[in-house]
Design a protein around this ligand. Sequence first.
Ligand code: COA
Length: 259
Amino acid sequence: MYSTILTTIENGTCIITINRPDKMNALNKDVVTDLGHALEEVYTNSEIRSAIITGAGEKAFVAGADITEFLSLDKEGGSALAKKGRVNVFDKIEHCPKPVIAAVNGFSLGGGCELAMACHFRVASTNAKFGQPEVNLGLIPGYGGTQRLTKLIGKGKAMELMMTADMIGADEAKILGLVNYVVPIEELLPKAKEILQKIHTKAPIAIANIIASVNEAGNCDPGGFDNEISRFGDCFATEDMKEGAHAFLEKRKPVFKGK
Ligand code: COA
């Protein structure tokens, strides 16, 4: 069905694997198109409750946008490339109402680091390396990296990484808050799946409201605080909220239905 990615559904989790290992899983136009379609499927298929994005092989998650496509682009072409990718893939991941985790299995550079950052959070293997080396090509990050890296690790370190093009290892990424866990590569997918299985036991509408509210942190207009109030109220209109409260009071585990 796809030419550049592989997808499987396991226990409600859609595992999306970018599959160009001989090119370090670089994001060419076809990968961006395939990812956009796979995300549509994550949004609309009720069998899917969460997703993991990872890269094929043990060397790279994604080593950036495909540089071979850059030389033919002018000013308008460059902007169009960034806009199409951001709207169809990166923003779609960030605003997905179902949790999306990046399982970072090696180089996560440029658009690869931006892809990992668009996910709701990240798990990395010990050999993972992160960086925004666009400046080496006379470029800046174009898939939201200037915004998301700054939000995740703060302005000073984000400025330094983007201006120097330095790569950091998984342990430093964890210290900076860029990744939540660092595990041996063979434990990477199991760890991501385990976290998602735990999230699957929670109320899906509450999870969607958490994602939407956390994404608004720092927004002034409309205020993330104000929208949190209305989403908190929305949760009271769900059957799952009543089930959660009853289950607590009856000292039993809740059974959520996503209603
Ligand atoms: N775009 C297109 N092709 C890429 C690529 C990218 N972003 N990253 C790697 N590749 C290709 C290489 O050209 C090479 O192809 P070839 O075998 O046809 O020559 C293949 O993937 C393997 O990469 P190679 O550089 O030989 O591997 P390495 O282990 O020596 O180095 C990296 C790995 C990731 C450090 C190096 O490939 C790299 O710096 N890539 C570019 C990173 C970058 O600048 N990303 C931001 C883009 S905006």
